[in-house]
Structure formats: structure tokens, C-alpha cells
Design a protein around this ligand. Sequence first.
Ligand code: HEC
Length: 412
Amino acid sequence: MDAFGHLAAHLGAYGLEWLNLLVRWLHIITGIAWIGASFYFVWLDNTIRPPAPDSELAKKGVSGELWAVHGGGFYNPQKYLVAPAALPKELHWFKWEAYSTWLSGFALLVIVYYLNAQAMMVDRGVADLSSWQAVGIGLGSLVVGWVVYDLLCRSPLGRHDLAFGLTIFAFLVASSYVLTHLLSGRAAYLHVGAMIGTMMVANVAMLIIPGQRKMVNAMLAGEKPDPVHGIKAKQRSVHNNYFTLPVLFIMISNHYAMTYRHAFSWAVLGAIMAAGVLIRHFFNLRHKGRIEWRYPLAGVAILAGVAVAIAPSAPAPAAAAAPGVDFAQVRTIIDQRCVSCHAAHPTQPGFATAPAGVMLDTTEHVSRNAARIYQQTVQMKAMPLANLTNMTDAERAQVGAWFEAGARTGKP
Ligand code: HEC
């Protein structure tokens, strides 16, 4: 056991599981609050219409407004060009949704991945890393991601939305490629998501909020706020908007081993991210009254293409006719490759209870879970987790043949 293993054991794997539950719950709640508010403001910005030129509103400096009904009340938000003439007494800011999403997400990254790096991040079939190396790569990816993104935004490229979008997309696909060649597929995907999430929150913390603060300070000093702060903030908030769908897919990707375990998992991720951006673009245009079906159709076509491209090959028909595999052999394989985690009291450091509630330590348990064992080890190759227990292809084939011949638990 290395330093991380000891630390995890010391904290108590069961306590860690509760911490995982609570922090994940918090992360989802804050994430919904943040993305929800952000979707609302994007919709608002795209939907408001300018008031009549010589109306009272126009004279007040209102550049757009709309009427909405929600929860039994009528709302009439108004947007001022740059700023109102005088600062209101009470001004609401939207920042803690974003900050707490990042903080809880980072805590979850530590709890799930960094404290259990050998099981959750290292795949010896990909690269034989120490826990520290894996964690270093993970943390490094977050820093490098932000630095590269921020430099690109400040470069002349930042002024050309499409060229910028394509460049940052290429950078993210390249990062996926590098990370999937260093970490387990699951950890690599999650780190691409954490990279994007870090860019989004850093945009709020380093650009959007400071820009707004400068505008407010200028007004407090009785000066006219410089519109450049608003323009810079707008650029970052547009980026954040397009990041949302890709990042949300990545945050649920750990349920879909068919994506992150694929030989070209980095390309699969790139394609799914592109589909998300195209679908988001459709909604942005639609708020402005333009219906452009080609974007979501292209997104759906990409997803369909990915689904076909990564479909597992059908089991060879010869397998059914193959001589039955002795169940004792299958039990031995499962004992060696699975039971360190999948038992009531796992011996694998960092695991307090049987993962996903699946126990494979008795004949009855194996028999009851036969179809899931087949799905996870033969079809999806998702298990053993990051192939931590070094299951061989020959063993997978044996489990496959056993299941296809009827998953019997006696002698053939
Ligand atoms: C290093 C620990 C570890 C080992 C070894 C391991 N698993 Fe798992 N297994 C997990 C974890 C963690 C989960 C929960 C999955 C998740 O969080 O996505 C899981 C989930 C599962 C599930 C439920 C998946 C679902 O979504 O329904 C099955 C079935 C499974 N494992 C089978 C196996 C089999 C069969 C083996 C041996 C070939 C194996 N596991 C080896 C850690 C392990």
C-alpha cells in the first residue's frame, strides 16, 4: 500500500463513501443552480427586445426588455446598455453558484479519484503510473487547460468566434488524446470535464466578476463605466454557454464504459462534445427567433454515427457450440480478478462495501449476476475497474463462452 492507500484507509473507506455521497449531492445541486441561472440569463439576453425608440424605457437607457409569467406572477426584466444612470441600493450578483460547483467538484475529484488513484486513475494497460504521477497529471491538466484557454482568449484569435471555437475544440480533443494515453479511460474523461469546468469557473472568477466589479466601482466613483469590461465578460460567458452540454455529458460519462473503454475513446469524446455544442447552438439561435434544424440534426447524426461506430461486435456464433467451460475455472477467474472488490468486505484498499452492491464471492452470487458479469467483462470490458487485477483476454473469452453456453454452475 502506498501513501495514498494508507491515507484512504486511515480516513475510513466507509466514511469516505458517505463523504462521496454528500459532496456529490452538493455538487449536483450547485451545478443545477449555476447552469440553470446561466441558461436563464442566456435565454433572457437572446429574447429581450428593444423598447420603442422614444418610450420612457428607452429614455432611461433600457436596451431590451421582455415580459414573462412564472409561478403565478408576471415579470418584466429590463437590460440596460452598459449600466443604469445610478447604481441601485441592492444589486444581486451570481457567483457562488459557480464557485461552489467548482469547490464541490474538486472535492469529489479528490475523494473519488485522488485518494484511490491506483484503482480509479491508473490502468496498467495504458501506463504504469504511481499514484503521485496520476494525481500530478490530473492536477496539471486543470492548470494547463486554463492557461492555454486564457492565452487563446486574449490572443487575436479570441475575436473570431468560429476560429476560436474550432481551436479550443482541437485543444480539448488533443487533451483527451493525451489523457486517455496516460490515465484510465474513465479518469481521462473526467479530467477533460474538470478542465472545461475549471475554465468555466475561472472565467467567472477572473474575468466576469472582476469586470462587473470594475463597472460598479466606476459608477460608485461617479464615472461612466467602461463598456470594454462588459464586452470581455460577454466573450467568456458565450464560451461558458457552449461548454455546458459537453461538460454535463462528461460528468455522467462514468456510467458509460462503452465510451471511455473504447480503443478510440478520445475520438468518441470529441464527437460527443461536438454534438453537444451543435445542439446548444440550435437553442441559442432559437431564442433569437431563428430555427436552424441543421444544427441539432448534425448533432444527432454525429451521436448516431458514434453509436454505430462503437457498437460491440456480435459474439462469434461458434462460441455457443464451443465445448462448455468448467464452472470451476470461471469461479477461479472471478475469485482472482473480481472478489478483491466485489465482496461484502473488499480487501482492495479504498473499498468499504461491494461496489454497485454487486457481490461475486459465492456460486450463488456469481450465478445470479451472470448476465451482468458477461456485460461488464466481455461486452463492455468495463470490469475489472481499470483492469486493476490484470484480467487477460483469454479469461474474458472463457467467461464469455461459459455465459453463452448457458451460464451453468455445474460441470459441463
Ligand atoms: C478495483 C475494484 C474492482 C474490481 C477488481 C472489479 N470491479 Fe466491478 N465494480 C467496481 C466499481 C467501483 C463498480 C461501480 C461502477 C461505477 O462506479 O461505475 C463496479 C461495478 C460492477 C458491476 C455493476 C455494473 C453496473 O453498472 O451494473 C458489475 C456487474 C461488476 N462490477 C462486475 C465485475 C466483475 C465481473 C469483475 C471481475 C472480472 C469486477 N467487477 C472487478 C470495482 C471493481
